[in-house]
Design a protein around this ligand. Structure first.
Ligand code: PMP
Length: 392
């Protein structure tokens, strides 16, 4: 029996039974220091008491009624998202891909109801990842994601981040509808796009009426030390944004945020979700939001990420035959390797450390936002043992 078709996942030999904080305990009695956090999802660590309590309290009352009805709790989380962002409105789904789908639909629909139905072109970027549903793979920047799933959807095109002239020409095309950008590319290998680049794209979008979509599914919700990664840059905001992962603190929640103007086409009946915004998701999501948004949480991200960057930088300097550089922002950290990253992940695992892979032969560290300095030091020490063993 396989629970993943013909094995679409290349699963590590780790079966987790229980977690607390940054620690995971397996069914065969091993303990791991977790720097994957459910791929940037369990951002408050495993089994955070406040989230467990919120989930249990809601589970006793009501699980699901569908969006045919008003759902208690939706307003609470939507209000928090709107009050702390550029957005006026929110749509809840269950995953990052759904949030991206909603963002892309919102963008095309905006032009359709604005009397410009010919504006359908969606521009993504090489190295980006937006999910595995059809529109998301067409918007993503790795051709491998669409291989064998053709024909490609019309109106999707990948641009190169470094080709500013090409980007400008694309956005100035009459058919331009939207640009979708990860302010910090996650799966692509923890690549933070720079401020000048983001501002230039924003400006081109403003000049042409093209909508700017930020995919903050991975880099959002506190991971970089601000609630949203683009908030590092004063006055810079998208028209539409996809959020998920840490939004639910480990429970499936996704959200598409938009300005009222950008969302003007999303009227009754044009979109929907049976489970989106369900009471359980809203209860945990609200509890997670309140913890992530605390100053102490963001301060911890800033201090521990600096510590990690320093220690990993030292490590790279001592192992120039193993690692090339340290990159990323906040607790979305990539270490670019020379030897194969998959093998390094396995070696790190042998020493009780879980890290994720990433593009450009990176390993990624995406620990809980509450990881303690001591735990971060422990992670680097374990990684050093893996580096030494790889060198030997
Ligand atoms: N966008 C980004 C930036 C992501 O990192 C991911 C997941 N890694 C997705 C979208 C898709 O999210 P999901 O797997 O929840 O559909």
């Amino acid at each position: 029996m396989s629970s993943d078709l013909m094995a679409v996942y290349n699963r590590a030999p780790v079966e987790v039974e229980r977690g607390e904080g940054v620690w995971l305990h397996t069914t065969d009695g091993r303990t791991f220091l977790d720097c994957v956090a459910g791929i940037a999802t369990n951002s408050l660590g495993h089994a955070h008491p406040a989230l467990v309590e919120a989930l249990n309290r809601q589970a006793d009352k009501l699980w699901h009624v569908s969006n045919i009805f008003r759902i208690p709790g939706q307003e609470a989380l939507a209000t928090r998202l709107v009050d702390n962002s550029f957005a006026d409105v929110v749509f809840f789904g269950n995953s990052g891909s759904e949030a991206v789908e909603c963002a892309l639909k919102t963008a095309r629909r905006y032009h359709a109801v604005s009397g410009a139905p010919e504006r359908i072109d969606i521009f993504g970027f090489a190295g980006s990842f937006h999910g595995r549903t059809y529109a998301a793979i067409n918007a993503s920047g790795n051709p491998a994601y669409v291989e064998g799933f053709g024909p490609r959807l019309p109106g999707y095109e990948q641009l190169d981040v470094d080709d500013i002239a090409g980007i400008e020409a694309a956005i100035r095309r009459p058919a331009a509808a939207a640009v979708i950008v990860e302010p910090v590319q996650g799966e692509g290998g923890a690549r933070a796009l720079d401020e000048a680049w983001l501002r230039r794209v924003r400006q081109l979008c403003d000049e042409t009426g093209t909508l700017l979509i930020f995919d903050e599914v991975q880099c959002g919700m506190g991971r970089t030390g601000k609630l949203f990664a683009h908030q590092w840059f004063d006055g810079l905001a998208p028209d539409i944004m996809a959020v998920a992962k840490a939004l639910g603190g480990g429970f499936p929640v996704g959200a598409c945020l938009a300005t009222a103007k950008a969302a003007k086409g999303m009227t009754t009946g044009v979109h929907g979700s049976t489970f989106g915004g369900n009471p359980l998701a809203m209860a945990v999501g609200t509890a997670a939001f309140d913890l992530i948004a605390q100053d102490a949480t963001m301060a911890n991200v800033l201090s521990v990420s600096q510590l990690l960057k320093d220690r990993l930088g030292d490590l790279v300097a001592r192992y120039p035959d193993i690692a090339v550089d340290v990159r990323g922002k906040g607790l979305l950290i990539g270490v670019k390797l020379i030897p194969n990253n998959r093998e390094m992940m396995a070696t790190a695992r042998d020493h009780g450390l879980l890290v994720a892979g990433g593009g450009e032969n990176c390993i990624r560290l995406l620990p809980s936002l509450l990881i303690a300095a001591q735990e971060a030091e422990d992670a680097v020490a374990r990684l050093e043992v893996a580096f030494a063993e790889t060198r030997a």
